[in-house]
Design a binder for this molecule. Sequence first.
Ligand code: ADP
Ligand code: 5GP
Length: 214
Amino acid sequence: MTHRRGLLIILSSPSGAGKSTLAHMLMDWDPTLAFSVSATTRAPRPGEVDGKDYRFVSEAAFKQMVADGEMLEHAHVFGHFYGSPMGPVKAAIEAGRDVLFDVDWQGAQQIGRSALQDHVLSVFVLPPSIAELRRRLESRGQDAPEVIQKRMQRSWDEISHWDGYDYVLVNDDLELTFERLRTIVAAERLRLPQQPGLVDFVRRLQAEFAKEEQ
Ligand code: ADP
Ligand code: 5GP
């Protein structure tokens, strides 16, 4: 009925709190969501697909993308570069599609200050406890012990930015957290600025109303 303005849905959390899991659940729920595939200089984990989970690039290629102004945001995390290419984001937004980002607090801040800031919906995911965060990182079974240690050490830095987000979810029970995330997205899509087509719709209602009154 009405044309919708695309949202930039940003998910951040300390590594291991569950944001990738929630992002996948959100995309299964709504396949029209476009995932912003970040470019990174880190090596792929087992099962990660180039072009789907990340674009795995060399440091030189990454720096060239930044120099060419191709990045909406970028940051240095855990000793590697990560960034969100602008092109696919713009294309999705222009088509009225929502874009999902899995980025750290630096990325969230940069997108929040960009020209697209009015489209942003940011959600921070907290773990139920630090012990559980460690357990999840270990149970994921994809990182070496020293990598896990590095991620645990940086987790407080990430958590300390929790209050800069629109919504905060404590990911204890996964299904419940997902239910809440889905509710947030569904509600945000109905906010007045996200529905610019409503102006014409209400004009048509007004015209119909005027006719009835005659
Ligand atoms: P992140 O993307 O934040 O680094 P992941 O989504 O990879 O984290 O989740 C880390 C691990 O924790 C994964 O093995 C995932 O299956 C598990 N996990 C995620 N959410 C929950 C939850 N609510 N309860 C138990 N395990 C979870
Ligand atoms: P991982 O290596 O576990 O996939 O990601 C490590 C961290 O980098 C996570 O906090 C993730 O959200 C963040 N990250 C992934 N892609 C990007 C990106 O494009 N930009 C920024 N700023 N952070 C990212």
